[in-house]
Ligand binder design. Structure first.
Ligand code: HEM
Length: 311
């Protein structure tokens, strides 16, 4: 019996499209399967509560516990860390009332496409453009029609010194509401306190395929790894429904607090299997402003439901 494409939801089509590019890897994430899990805490700044009433931005008796997963931005479980690609960071905040909220960010500012449908088509174009495909291939055609995707493909994404020396970007916009009901449209940024540090080509050639996971485990043993969490605030006219459009660097940023990572978990692979980070797992004071957040969330849950199947 045939199942027509129309019966398959967009989130399922997206997970199928990742599988078409990278293969299906039972038990692993459809995208970003290679990662490392760590623990730490978040301490809000004095200003954070003035922009959002979210529990982790309120003045705390003690820091908010966080679980952090750094990942390689590829669907290949054994992709070498020395590849040029974005890196991911996922943060789970454990709030004082026992609930949790997530933040899922990338080291590339701006997304290659505007919508879930375009992301599916981008992935399918990659899958159809192997070395034997006649030219112009599907990917070349797609890139010609999608300038942000072309820029994304052409922009260097050099391997960093460490997962702890990269900036990360929320890319999708959220709406903050403070205790007085005042709202602001924002995008997250995480800035490493060490400053941003990449490897030179020569340094990259001396590194092994898993150098980033090894490096971050080592680094947190020596000292905490810290990031400033910032909210970049939109001005009237800034797009909140198109993640390809990066807001100007001149936009005001508000310091929301400091993320401090103190240790790697003992069994990262066991931990990451049980973890699900969902960009739409929010808490009062934060809402999705970009429609891509809902599509992403549904796709992450499809990926989880597949990777949780007994093998
Ligand atoms: C329509 C757009 C997108 C789709 C369909 C998509 C899909 C996915 C899927 C299926 C996973 C695996 C989830 C799991 O099994 O737990 C994933 C992971 C991830 N994605 Fe996306 N994604 C999208 C956009 C983005 C954007 C805009 C960002 C960053 C701002 C991002 C960052 C990440 C990161 C960091 C992970 C790894 C999460 C973890 O460590 O568990 N993705 N994505």
């Amino acid at each position: 019996e045939e199942t027509s494409a129309a019966q398959v939801s967009l989130p399922e089509q997206l997970v199928n499209a990742f599988n078409a590019v990278f293969g299906a890897h039972p038990g692993l994430r459809a995208n970003h399967p290679k990662g490392v899990v760590l623990e730490g805490s978040f301490t809000p700044s004095d200003k954070a509560a003035s922009v959002s009433k979210a529990a982790h931005f309120a003045k705390q008796a003690k820091p908010i516990p966080v679980t952090v997963r750094f990942s390689a931005g590829s669907g290949l479980p054994t992709v070498p860390d020395t590849n040029e690609m974005p890196r991911g960071m996922a943060i789970k905040f454990s709030l004082p009332d026992g609930s949790q909220t997530d933040m899922v960010v990338l080291s590339y500012n701006g997304f290659p496409v505007s919508t879930g449908e375009d992301f599916r088509d981008f992935l399918l174009a990659i899958a159809a453009s192997g070395p034997d495909a006649p030219k112009p291939n599907a990917l070349e055609n797609f890139l010609n029609g999608h300038p942000a995707a072309k820029t994304f493909v052409q922009t260097p994404k050099p391997p960093p010194v460490s997962y702890g020396t990269l900036p990360y970007f929320g890319i999708n916009a959220f709406k903050f509401t403070n205790a007085k009901g005042k709202t602001a449209l924002v995008r997250y940024q995480l800035q490493p306190i060490t400053g941003v540090q990449y490897l030179t080509k020569e340094q990259v050639s001396a590194k092994g395929p898993d150098y980033l996971s090894d490096e971050i485990r080592d680094r947190v043993r020596r000292a905490p790894v810290k990031f400033h969490l910032l909210a970049q605030v939109a001005e009237p006219g800034d797009k909140t429904d198109d993640p390809t459009v990066v807001w100007p660097e001149t936009r005001r940023t508000i310091d929301l607090g400091t993320l401090t990572i103190v240790k790697a978990v003992e069994d990262s692979q066991a931990a990451e299997k049980k973890l699900l980070f969902v960009p739409g797992a929010l808490t009062p004071g934060i809402e999705a402003a970009d429609p891509m957040i809902a599509v992403r969330s549904a796709a992450y849950i499809v990926s989880l439901s597949r990777r949780a199947q007994p093998q």
